[in-house]
Design a binder for this molecule. Structure first.
Ligand code: NAD
Length: 360
């Protein structure tokens, strides 16, 4: 298989963690007989320095002409970096919002997996963390409350603010299809989260999800109210496989789910459009406090590359091999600083990448 990958290393630890993910992809290519062609692109602070803007038309065009995008992280220290003295539309993060919009990325996929080897970092009670969990939150990214009409005005002498939560059936259908497609590649269970006892948008959400479910008879569908979902996530996270929900509920629940895994350096993510095209990046930021020191944990980025193999390229065995290599490396006791515990062997970012490659 021959695939074109646009690579945005970005700022801070971005170049270090992306280098390790590319090492892993090259190992996969060599072992399984594929060719991955990389085009390196600037975005974020490094693009501001080189081009005066965080995102150029050239970066967008090259991403569009690629099969997938692999991204490190963008941004700097928000207190000290000169990038944050610029107007908001010229700051590094504007590049991130701009590229998501330009590429039509409406579905955000965040796997939350508690490795038994790291269960000590999980803030939940031991009887819950000991079971482990492996779920994926799919959040709608371009609709709902964050994109609806809003205004603040005086009504009868009282200041009043209004935000609008609107979804049409097409927006719901495309994210529901994505959730069922992903569930087919996992344990075939979808939990759709809404507030259908109160909100009209949730009642339409539930109706459309039920319609889409008819095309996926192998997948078990359940509906859960958002308040109950927040409780179930800390009570029994092992019950979930794919959780699909609208933008704001997903924003909150995905952060709750990432907290219970223990370490930000372990969490991959993907944002996809209707096709198999996606942008793959770690959930964490550019970690300016440890940038350039070969200390960052590259695992979230390596697991993001594995998601790219699975969801954009349909290379399931290859994705499994990368995830298994991460598990073996942890089993063998190797840890970067952020996940270090007693009795384990401390390794650098590049050593972690090498150890994972050796196990593929
Ligand atoms: P951060 O995620 O960069 O860092 C928070 C803490 O987690 C830091 O202590 C950092 O050292 C640690 N950390 C993060 N990733 C790690 C890794 N792979 N290995 C080891 N430790 C890791 O969040 P922040 O400090 O709030 O933000 C720093 C910059 O990153 C800001 O400019 C912010 O806007 C940007 N940011 C970018 C993205 C993105 O590119 N998608 C996401 C979030 C934040």
């Amino acid at each position: 298989m021959n695939k074109k990958i646009a690579v945005i290393k970005g700022d801070g630890i971005g170049p270090e963690i992306i280098t390790e993910a590319m090492k892993v992809l090259d190992t996969v290519a060599q072992k399984y007989g594929h060719t991955f062609e990389y085009t390196q692109l600037l975005m974020g602070g490094c693009s501001i320095d080189a081009n005066g803007v965080p995102l150029t038309d050239e970066t967008i065009a090259t991403c569009k002409a690629s099969d997938a995008v692999l991204m490190g992280s963008i941004g700097g220290d928000t207190n000290t970096s000169p990038w944050y003295k610029l107007p908001a539309n010229l700051r590094p993060e504007a590049g991130l919002l701009g590229i998501r919009k330009a590429l039509g990325l409406f579905a955000n996929l965040r796997p939350c997996l508690l490795y038994p080897q790291l269960s000590g970092a999980c803030p939940l009670k031991e009887e819950i963390s000991a079971k482990g969990f492996d779920m994926l939150i799919m959040r709608e990214l371009t609709g709902g409350l964050y994109f609806g009409e809003r205004k603040t005005e005086e009504v009868n002498g009282v200041m009043t603010a209004i935000d609008t939560l609107s979804y049409n059936e097409n927006e719901i259908r495309r994210i529901a299809i994505k959730a069922f497609e992903v569930a087919m590649k996992r344990r075939k269970k979808v939990t759709s989260v809404d507030k259908a006892n109160v909100l009209d948008s949730s009642r339409l959400w539930r109706k459309v999800v039920n319609e889409v479910a008819k095309d996926y008879p192998e997948v078990t569908l359940e509906h859960m109210l958002v308040d109950n979902s927040a409780m179930q996530l800390v009570k029994d996270p092992a019950q979930f496989d794919v959780m699909v929900t609208e933008n704001m509920f997903g924003d909150i629940l995905s952060d709750e789910a990432s907290m219970i895994t223990g370490s930000i350096g372990m969490l991959p993510s993907a944002s996809m459009n209707e096709t198999k095209f996606g942008l793959y990046e770690p959930s964490g930021g550019s970690a300016p406090d440890i940038a350039g020191q070969n200390k960052a944990n590259p695992i979230a980025t390596i697991l993001s590359a594995a998601m790219m193999l699975r969801y954009s390229f349909d290379l399931i065995d290859e994705a499994d091999a990368v995830e298994e290599a991460v598990r073996k490396t942890l089993d063998d006791g190797y840890r970067t600083g952020d996940i270090m515990s007693d009795g384990c062997k401390a390794v650098s970012c590049s050593e972690m990448g090498d150890l994972i490659c050796q196990r593929i």
